[in-house]
Write a protein that binds this ligand. Structure first.
Ligand code: FE
Ligand code: FE
Ligand code: FE
Ligand code: ZN
Length: 241
């Protein structure tokens, strides 16, 4: 549903963009730079950058782009209900396990909330693979494989989890903003609610990492101490011989 306000905003956006473009044109004319010159320069560099060709089912406007974004994050949240249990199973610190468990419960609620968003804007609930979240969960798994169970792996799990939270924060921030300008205030409120949960989850992980990272660094010290002792012993035993 488009309100008059949303339409008016759209017109203002268009006017602003037009002004920007005219400003750019006059600036480049002043500096003597024209489009032809830029073109020949980039071909001199061997650069073959081209505009992306839109697919036949490309978004027809901001509403469509908004719905595409909802499908993407809906897939991502579902993916997280599979990835978070793996992280929980691999974490050893109680505070980290607790934080991940509570965010898993929150994530399930966020999925239901997204279904509400789809219905408030009159769209069918649908998921579309989020390549970014697929990559982020893969990376979190790789971090676990690259560490032994313990405090260092915990530090790695937090790093992976925070990358995920930051992706979600960026996504929900954008989607809430799209909803506002489209006049979808109810959807915007729901998305902002989730945005705040993601921000809180990120803050919580930062707090936990304060002590876990120190413990992980201490483990390095202990490891170095052991190495030193070993080489000292070796040195004495060779001397005695
Ligand atoms: Fe989430
Ligand atoms: Fe995505
Ligand atoms: Fe999350
Ligand atoms: Zn989240």
């Amino acid at each position: 549903m488009k309100t008059g306000k949303a339409k008016r905003k759209k017109i203002i956006f268009k006017q602003l963009n037009f002004q920007k473009m005219t400003n750019l044109k006059s600036k480049s004319a002043q500096s003597g730079g024209n489009l032809e010159e830029t073109k020949s320069k980039s071909s001199q560099n061997g650069s073959t950058l081209k505009g992306v060709k839109a697919k036949s089912d490309a978004a027809q406007g901001l509403h469509d782009l908004f719905v595409d974004g909802l499908k993407d994050i809906y897939w991502a949240e579902k993916e997280l209900t599979k990835a978070l249990p793996k992280m929980i199973k691999n974490a050893s610190s109680d505070s980290l396990v607790e934080a991940l468990k509570s965010h898993l419960e929150e994530t399930k609620m966020q999925i239901t909330r997204l279904e509400d968003v789809f219905s408030t804007i009159g769209e069918k609930v649908a998921a579309k693979k989020c390549e970014a979240m697929a990559g982020l969960t893969k990376e979190a798994e790789a971090i676990m494989e690259d560490t032994e169970h313990g405090v260092v792996r915990d530090a790695g799990i937090i790093s992976g989890a925070q990358k995920i939270e930051h992706y979600e924060i960026a996504t929900y921030g954008t989607l809430a903003s799209f909803a506002r300008v489209l006049g979808e205030d109810e959807a915007a409120s729901l998305l902002e609610e989730t945005l705040n949960e993601e921000k809180a989850a990120d803050v919580k992980l930062s707090e936990i990492s304060d002590s876990i990272n120190v413990d992980a660094a201490d483990e390095d010290d202990e490891e170095n101490e052991k190495e030193k002792e070993k080489s000292n012993k070796l040195a004495t035993s060779t001397k005695e011989k």
